[in-house]
Design a protein. Structure first.
Length: 101
């Protein structure tokens, strides 16, 4: 049976202290250095914005009187009026859904 060296397994390996002669790069220097990687990441950021944040505008349309040729912020605000059919329990609407009124 072999004897294990306990010191080799319990000694913590730490990084050497930083060289005081090195200075930290500024943000603009790092951006310039990594510009190719940042450009490669732009399509991913564009897709994230397009598919995750643009659909949130549908929440705004739900509370407005939607008019297709009027800009999104200029349509009249109706609040919960669009949802009154669901909240009031309109028999025709609930019958179309197949739920008892």
């Amino acid at each position: 049976m072999t004897k294990l060296d306990v010191r080799a397994t319990t000694t913590a390996h730490t990084a050497p202290p930083p060289d005081p002669g090195l200075r930290r790069r500024s943000t603009w220097q790092r951006i310039r250095r990594d510009r190719v990687l940042l450009l490669m990441g732009l399509p991913g950021v564009a897709l994230l914005l397009g598919f995750h944040y643009l659909p949130l505008l549908g929440n705004l349309i739900a509370f407005q009187e939607y008019l297709p040729f009027v800009p999104l912020g200029r349509s009249p605000w109706v609040g919960f009026e669009n949802f009154s059919v669901v909240f009031d329990g309109n028999g025709e609407f609930l019958g179309a859904l197949g739920t008892p009124s």
